[in-house]
Design a protein around this ligand. Structure first.
Ligand code: PLP
Length: 420
């Protein structure tokens, strides 16, 4: 007998996948995984317990999974030239919480970016940092350069004496000035860390910055944004004092989780193998595509931030659509046209305007993995113009987008499960 509600779930998953296939997914925090990663995540590892460490578990039955986790760790050591890697965090936020636990005590100060300058909610008083009891101060920010103001940052570090200086952001166009913070950090006894959630794949592909070699002792991140793995988190360290590392490990287990998600560890490991093999080409193409898309959108009449600096050095392109109907209308209109993106606060937007900010944030990771290059970026920019500026019937644009999308079904820079 068919269980109706379960059938409904199956149906909605199918509808979702079918629709996703017809759309251009340009959410900057998303990506598309290879069939090898998909199969790892769909495996029976999804319902197994393995609390603890490889070969030192609290549960029996882990001998094969131990090999998965150990292999995964060694792939990530290679990829990031790291000294310690932890694949257990189940999300980037989860990794940040463990880091806050390891590097600071309640009442200590965290310096991070304000949310309207691109900071993540886990860096705020109302998010994970607040739950850990940290006092959050924000980096001075240069709105024109869309980056941290280095000179003012140095003064702020000396004055505010943070325990953790956390670089990295969700709205992230240009590498952050870690090196400029090193002396001040040393003076006040702060640890520099880097939230690489968005740009982990670009770092792994050596196309953005190398935080562990620019002063950061730890990178936290998500494994599913530019890094083409399943949803999850990661912690990577280098030159971290043993006691801080031990405390951070404790922060992960038993601090913010008991069991980790074993099927996702397997998926992360396969994605790391893919990145060791194809990562540089993939990351190079992402940055090229983002710059080509920004240029093409500008030529189509849209306002892209930071033209004076070549628009972007990451996977992201940020538009000011304040004069085009606002972020809410633009994101919804694009969705009707089968282009999936998200509205975003820009630095000059009042925070009360979060429901209708003036920005639109887009990313090109998924389009890049589907094999798109410069010409396709120009084609995509035309769809944006038709929907946003020409206000062409969105159903017509949607139909054109889905027929355009039909050509792009193969996932590049990744493994097919059947070939492994
Ligand atoms: C996305 C993001 C995270 C974590 O996100 P999860 O959904 O918890 O993986 C953390 N920091 C930044 C800067 C992010 O953009």
């Amino acid at each position: 007998m068919v269980v109706d509600e379960a059938h409904k779930i199956k149906k909605y998953i199918q509808l979702h996948e079918e629709w996703r296939g017809q759309t251009l997914n340009m959410i900057a925090s998303e990506n598309i995984t290879s069939s090898a990663v998909n199969m790892a995540v769909a495996s029976g590892l999804s319902h197994k317990y393995a609390e603890g460490w490889p070969n030192a578990r609290f549960y029996q039955g882990c001998k094969y999974f131990d090999e998965v986790e150990l292999t995964g760790n060694s792939l990530f050591y290679k990829l990031f030239d790291a000294q310690y890697v932890d694949l257990r965090p189940i999300s980037g936020t989860n990794a940040n919480m463990a880091l806050f636990f390891g590097l600071a005590e309640q009442g200590d100060t965290l310096m991070a970016l304000h949310t309207s300058h691109g900071g993540h909610i886990s860096h705020t008083n109302f998010g994970s940092a607040g739950i850990r009891g940290l006092n959050v101060v924000t980096f001075p920010f240069d709105e024109k350069e869309m980056n941290i103001d280095s000179d003012k940052m140095v003064k702020a570090i000396i004055e505010q004496k943070p325990k953790i200086i956390l670089f990295g952001a969700s709205l992230f166009l240009f590498p952050h000035p870690l090196k400029d913070a090193i002396d001040a950090a040393e003076e006040v006894g702060a640890v520099i860390a880097y939230d690489g959630a968005h740009v982990l794949g670009l770092i792994a592909g050596k196309q953005f910055q190398s935080p562990l070699f620019e002063g950061a002792k730890a990178i936290t991140g998500s494994t599913h944004k530019t890094f083409p793995g399943p949803q999850g988190g990661i912690l990577i360290t280098r030159n971290m004092d043993d006691d801080l590392l031990a405390k951070t490990q404790w922060g992960i287990f038993p601090g913010v989780l008991s069991n980790h998600h074993l099927h996702h560890v397997a998926g992360k490991a396969i994605a790391a193998a893919e990145m060791l093999n194809f990562g540089e080409d993939y990351a190079k193409q992402i940055v090229k595509n983002a710059q080509a898309l920004a240029q093409a959108l500008t030529e189509e009449g849209l306002t892209v931030l930071c033209e004076h600096k070549g628009f972007t050095k990451s996977h992201q392109v940020v538009l000011d659509v304040g004069k085009n109907g606002g972020g809410k209308w633009v994101a919804e209109t694009l969705e009707h046209a089968n282009i999936i993106s998200n509205k975003n606060l820009l630095p000059w937007d009042p925070i009360e305007q979060s429901d209708n900010p003036s920005g639109l944030r887009i990313g090109v990771a998924e389009l890049t993995r589907l094999g798109m290059k410069g010409q396709e970026m120009r084609d995509v920019a035309q769809f944006y113009r038709q929907a946003i500026i020409d206000k062409k019937d969105v159903r017509a644009v949607a139909a054109d987008v889905s027929s355009f999308k039909k050509e792009y079904v193969t996932i590049h820079y990744g493994y097919d499960w059947n070939d492994l």
